[in-house]
Design a protein around this ligand. Sequence first.
Ligand SMILES: [Zn+2]
Length: 271
Amino acid sequence: MARYRITSYRYPSEEGILALTLLLVVGVIIFTATATFCTAGIFILLMLVVVYFMNKSHHENLIRQAQPIRSETMPELYQMVKECAERLQPGPIESFVAGSSQLNAYTFGMSDPKIVVLYSSLFKIMDADEIRFIIGHELGHVSLGHTWLNTLIGGMAGIPAPMGAAVILSAAFMWWNRACEYSADRAGLLACGSLVKATSALVKLGTGKRLSTQAEMDRAMAAVDKEDDDITNVLGEMLATHPLIIKRINELKKYAATPEYTRLQAEISRG
Ligand SMILES: [Zn+2]
């Protein structure tokens, strides 16, 4: 048995230097992490500014080619937009009709008034209640804050990231986009007040046809109904901002059957 410590020959500063080294390691880790975090923050902010101004000029261009919906120039449509806005209370909006062969409508704006644009080709194939569904859908996006969230989150989802992360980010963004579409469809239904009209508006959007007879509508509906039987459609949806039309119709049907819808519809109709 040794009566002295067998390690007592340790060089005097060894332990002190080890402690200092460990402290430095921790310090460097904290410093790099903070620096990365700040750089990422500044980067995201810069991205958002770029996206904001790109969107802004894109939108200003679109508006320049569109006609404002005013009581003097488009009295019927003006009245429809006004009624839908009274039902859904989206806050300050300005609405326009843009000449286009595309079947589309959209809304944008970071600040008030939010802009709603309806493409002229919608009026060639849809009746008044179907247009109300479309207007209500867009006003729903406005009410639920999708317009500015879309710019913000879209900007963040667009930040350059390693390949795998970029795919996950954009897939998540589109997933959220599709959820927003279901919400906006509910607003459309609340605006037009008819599941039949909401459905026919969606079928017309999907097929791009006027479908003036019941037989035409039934045939188109049957075609739309087959959409989710095709695996490529189902997979393709994962990379799309809009759900399949048949899914949108089914979600609306489910929602229309809820007591929540009945209650809200009655409340809105009372005004
Ligand atoms: Zn939408």
